[in-house]
Design a protein around this ligand. Structure first.
Ligand SMILES: [Zn+2]
Length: 814
């Protein structure tokens, strides 16, 4: 029942033949998987040894250390992550998997039925990685970048597990139009995985930077700066929606949080750290100029790589970088070196040119002095210093939407607006179509008080005949199209909506559509019945969230009924005015999409039965849109998961393998006192820098059998317990190490207590070195055990020992 794991029965996979397992550790689920210091500020290298049935391919967020070895009826996989990584980035997946090469370091993994589509969809991955290397000035440090396309129940868009990004199958749009999610996960290879937020209070440093970099990557690869602004515009709407949902004064709408001790970081999750974080970086870029900001990015990554960073450290580094730059340039300009003299003479009449660079740095320093850092980091609500997103791409979409809106007012004939036709959207990106549909949504929302202004079903049918949104294979477009139609109460959209939300379990799509269906007059009961009948197909986290959404809707209805009754009674007797009708305060949860979802704190225990498949075998089942995609399963399993694989048997045992207890990167102190931006801790030493050659990147298809499974690492005094459990299964595939960054997975919130280990979520501000203060926790490697129908997977997570050793080292050192 580890909250980090989701066990899927064969019926929930595309192939329908074998079960499937995947983990999701962010933010604080790693503790349910292994003994560890489950805080992002603590990093360590690790090794792992996994035993699985022969049919099964095992993948981890690490490099294959040796070829797969057969031991009896099972295969043994050995993994090694040579870079220091935090526990939340430890991931494992196992199932009937195949791979295809994209480049010397990039490969896609998926079930055989989906692998070709994944290969096509993610074919630009190597270009993205190269673009990120250029933008950060830092070579890719994880050796392999593999992508695992998960089953449809994956509740998130992606998760940036090092060497092996986990991705939702809803990205398989058939036209590479959703590849920006992969750009996001790739960006995490630098911002998040290499430079990590010191505690979850500073989550914006992971996600804000990653969104910023993701947009730079896509703009660079597409050779069009407008893409970045277009994406920012769509992101801005997301931010507005989330701030509205949370409330403008909600402390979690500030960039830097102050999570209480023991509080689940997912409680704070929303689009805020992503979009508000990216907005701050865009603003700073504007303040100092793009050219100088690029230099700062190089310095930031180089300074903090393999380490962690706090908000204060970020600010201090930013300030000092420009101070030094200005000083150096001033010196260059005033020191009469030979070459300088020459230059000066040469440019005697061109002072501007001569002083250009140093003046720019000095100007930047001046501008930085005017920044109100406290406000930037700690103010709640929408940011005030926002860069303009205006761009030609969104303007075209908004103009077209306005034509349709104008037509809707006088709509009589069954013809599109003058000059409009199916070719309007030709060449448009997904983002542009999103802007078009969101512009229409904004209009209908505003018109709700004038129901006659809302689009009619016939009008929407005309739009669909013109642009075929209902037949789109793109899940993002499907979401917005169905949202628009539901808000307009077009009855014929109900069936497609039901198809869509039962064919994949990504929370970004399922949750809002369930809520809208429930709120509509045309689908209220259908929403309730559909969930009741299909809830087992969802990942436990998604199931819990949708159930909570529906419950809240019911409660709100009830409350409203009571209030109106009270009002009526109050009217009857004027003296009743004193009746206390204070409404119960309900907590609002953001609907974070892809990334981490806000999981209701104490969700009612639900008995989870094994998920039954999404419309796996029936591609067409999905609404016209996603036909044969398999929605990806999301990472974070819920505590309530009950793996119910029929086979009683074998329980794979995870055994901590040898673990090199290394000390990972020193963590920067995480100060973040209340207001003041905390003094920036300077990260310091970065242990493992160079990529370690070693990795055995690729999997070797051909099975190499029989190699004694070497246990890579030395095992310190602890006994590594290799626990091979033989479960033979025919056909074996080989795993290949695959690094993969994922999008933003946000781990579901977990019940705090998961594991035996003390890991602590975000420590409270002001404690420097919060980590060391934690209780020591189990260092002994406890063995986690999970079972999988008759098979056992035996994972030796040396990392467990490593984390423990790191902890003690730090603790006793001080
Ligand atoms: Zn992310």
């Amino acid at each position: 029942d580890a909250s980090a794991m989701q066990w899927l029965p064969a019926s929930a996979t595309k192939g329908l033949k074998y079960p499937y397992l995947f983990t999701q550790s962010q933010a604080i689920h790693a503790r349910s998987l292994m003994p560890c210091q489950d805080s992002p500020g603590i990093k360590t290298e690790y090794t792992a040894r996994v035993t699985a049935p022969k049919w099964c391919t095992v993948l981890m967020s690490a490099l294959a250390d040796t070829d797969k070895v057969t031991e009896g009826e099972k295969n043994v996989f050995v993994w090694k992550q040579p870079n220091p990584t935090p526990a939340y980035l430890v991931a494992l997946a196992a199932g009937n998997l195949e791979s295809r090469e994209i480049s010397h370091r990039v490969r896609v993994w998926a079930e055989p039925e989906v692998v070709e589509s994944a290969l096509f969809e993610f074919s630009e991955t190597e270009d993205f990685v190269q673009a990120a290397e250029e933008l950060t000035g830092c070579p890719y440090q994880w050796q392999r970048y593999d992508i695992l396309c998960l089953p449809p129940s994956f509740p998130y868009g992606g998760m940036e597990n090092p060497c092996l990004t986990f991705a939702t199958p809803t990205l398989l749009a058939g036209d590479k139009s959703l590849a920006d999610v992969i750009a996001h996960e790739i960006a995490h290879s630098w911002t998040g995985n290499l430079v990590t937020n010191h505690t979850w209070d500073h989550f914006w440093l992971n996600e804000g930077w990653t969104v910023w970099l993701e947009r730079k990557i896509t703009a660079k690869v597409r050779k069009n700066e407008e893409f970045g602004r277009l994406s920012s515009q769509v992101g801005w709407k997301h931010l507005q929606d989330d701030v509205k949902l949370l409330g403008e004064t909600n402390p979690f709408t500030a960039l830097t949080w102050k999570l209480a001790f023991g509080e689940d970081p997912d409680n704070a999750y929303s689009g805020v750290p992503y979009e508000k974080g990216a907005n701050l970086l865009m603003y700073l870029e504007e303040v100092v100029g793009t050219e100088l900001f690029s230099q700062f990015v190089f310095s930031y990554i180089d300074t903090f790589k393999f380490n962690t960073v706090t908000t204060g450290a970020f600010r201090d580094h930013f300030v000092s970088f420009f101070d030094k730059l200005a000083a150096a340039e001033a010196e260059t300009n005033t020191t009469p070196t030979k070459s300088n003299k020459k230059k000066k003479n040469k440019n005697k009449n061109n002072k501007d040119k001569e002083d250009g660079p140093s003046a720019a740095a000095a100007n930047a320093v001046q501008a930085i002095k005017g920044l109100d850092w406290n406000s930037l980091f700690y103010s709640t609500g929408l940011p005030t210093d926002v860069t303009s997103f205006s761009n030609s791409l969104s303007k075209a979409a908004e103009d077209l939407a306005r034509k349709w809106i104008a037509l809707s007012a006088t709509y009589k004939t069954d013809a599109p607006p003058a000059g409009c036709s199916a070719t309007d959207l030709e060449g448009w990106s997904t983002m542009q179509k999103n802007v078009f549909l969101e512009t229409l949504q904004n209009y209908t929302k505003k018109s709700l008080s004038h129901p006659s202004d809302v689009f009619t079903a016939a009008f929407l049918e005309l739009m669909d005949r013109t642009y075929s949104f209902g037949a789109s294979k793109n899940a993002e477009i499907m979401l917005r199209w169905q949202t628009l139609c539901l808000e307009s109460e077009a009855e014929w959209i109900v069936d497609p909506v039901v198809d869509f939300i039962t064919s994949q379990g990504r929370m970004k799509f399922a949750r809002p559509l369930y809520r809208l269906l429930r709120a509509s007059t045309i689908g209220k009961q259908i929403a309730i019945d559909t969930f009741e009948a299909k809830k087992d197909i969802y990942h436990p986290i998604a199931r819990k969230m949708i159930a909570a959404d529906l419950r809240r809707a019911a409660e709100a209805e009830e409350k409203e009924a009571i209030e109106s009754q009270l009002e009526a009674e109050a009217e009857l007797s004027s003296s009743a005015a004193k009746v206390d009708t204070t409404p119960v305060v309900t907590t609002v949860e953001t609907e974070s999409d892809d990334e981490a979802e806000v999981v209701p704190q104490k969700a009612p225990e639900e008995v989870v039965t094994a998920p039954t498949a999404f419309a796996v075998g029936t591609p067409e089942a999905t609404s016209k849109g996603l036909s044969d995609q398999t929605p990806a399963p999301m990472g974070s399993p819920d505590r309530s998961i009950t793996p119910d694989f029929s086979t009683p048997a074998a329980t794979p045992t995870v055994t901590p393998a040898a673990t090199p207890a290394k000390i990972a990167t020193p963590v920067a102190p995480a100060p973040t006192p209340a207001k003041e931006p905390t003094p920036a801790p300077t990260p310091v030493a970065t242990p493992a820098k160079e990529p370690t050659p070693q990795a055995t990147p690729v999997a070797t298809p051909a099975a190499k059998e029989a190699t004694p499974a070497p246990t890579p690492v030395a095992t310190p005094a602890k006994a590594a317990t290799p626990a091979p459990t033989p479960a033979a299964t025919p056909a074996a595939k080989e795993p290949t190490p695959a690094p993969t960054p994922v999008k933003e997975a946000t781990p579901a919130k977990v019940a705090p207590a998961a594991a035996p280990v003390a890991a602590a979520p975000a420590p409270v501000a002001k404690k420097e070195d919060a980590a060391p203060q934690r209780r020591p926790v189990a260092t002994s490697h406890e063995v986690s055990t999970f079972s999988w129908s008759g098979v056992s997977i035996f994972v030796a997570l040396a990392g467990a020992v490593g984390f423990g050793a790191f902890f003690f080292t730090r603790r006793f050192r001080r």
